[in-house]
Ligand binder design. Structure first.
Ligand code: SAH
Length: 217
């Protein structure tokens, strides 16, 4: 028999090395319900079952948590329905998240969700990544994306937004390692290096995922 949703979320997070407070779990499940509600009217995600959202959106978003330093200023580029930004903001109140998407209705949903969930560490901006350079002081400690674009495209957008010593993290499927190898010459020409490719499987579904971590040389 499959686990109830709450246990699926809690035990999956634990498997990923993430401890969720009871309030974070409550609010993640509330977010899941709100996403399903809005998804009937506006297209936010192709994944529509409760279990699918818990595993492939909430838990998948949390896979990056162990790579985010305490208090980091994080930018989520092309965050769509709020992934990974909203689960990260819920799991890690210490982080300061900026979530950006070029589609206004998606940002409206994220702002609505942030109000509903009482999130004070998330700012949702309607903008194109290209227009952001110079808008956030000395930049972000971490620029993230999930299911956004090719590595070279993402990194070209992310690079000007990085603070000194910052990292770029692309959340990818199983081909992240191959993509990183292919893009290595592109990175090298620009003074960047892939510092780590983390391969793992999602809890419960076993789907293969990877994180590609890129730094300046
Ligand atoms: N990260 C989310 C959404 C991925 S879909 C998830 O994993 O579920 C990619 C999103 O990027 C879309 O919502 C699209 O509107 C947005 N997008 C595409 N190009 C963009 C750009 N140049 N700047 C900001 N957002 C962009």
């Amino acid at each position: 028999m499959s686990l109830p949703l709450r246990e699926l979320l809690e035990s999956g997070a634990r498997e990923l090395g993430v401890t969720l407070s009871p309030s974070s779990v409550d609010r993640m499940l509330l977010f899941m319900m709100e996403l399903r509600k809005w998804n009937r009217k506006i297209n936010l995600t192709a994944i529509s079952t409760e279990r699918g959202i818990v595993i492939k959106h909430l838990l998948d978003s949390l896979t990056v948590v162990p790579h985010l330093s305490q208090g980091a200023r994080c930018l989520d580029l092309g965050s769509g329905g709020g992934f990974p930004a909203i689960p990260l903001a819920l799991a890690r109140p210490d982080l300061k998240l900026t979530s950006v998407d070029a589609t206004l209705k998606k940002i409206h949903f994220q702002r609505h969700a942030a109000r509903l969930l009482g999130l004070t560490n998330l700012e949702a901006l309607h903008a194109r990544g290209e227009a952001l350079a110079g808008s956030h002081g000395n930049g972000f400690d971490v620029v993230l994306s999930r299911a956004f674009s090719s590595l070279p495209e993402f990194v070209s957008l992310a690079r000007p937004l990085l603070a000194l010593g910052g990292v770029i993290i692309a959340m990818k499927g199983k081909s992240g390692g191959d993509e990183a190898l292919e893009a290595a010459p592109f990175f090298e020409e620009r003074g960047l290096v892939v510092s780590e490719v983390v391969r793992f499987r999602l809890p419960a579904s076993g789907d293969e995922r990877s994180l590609v971590v890129i730094r300046t040389v």
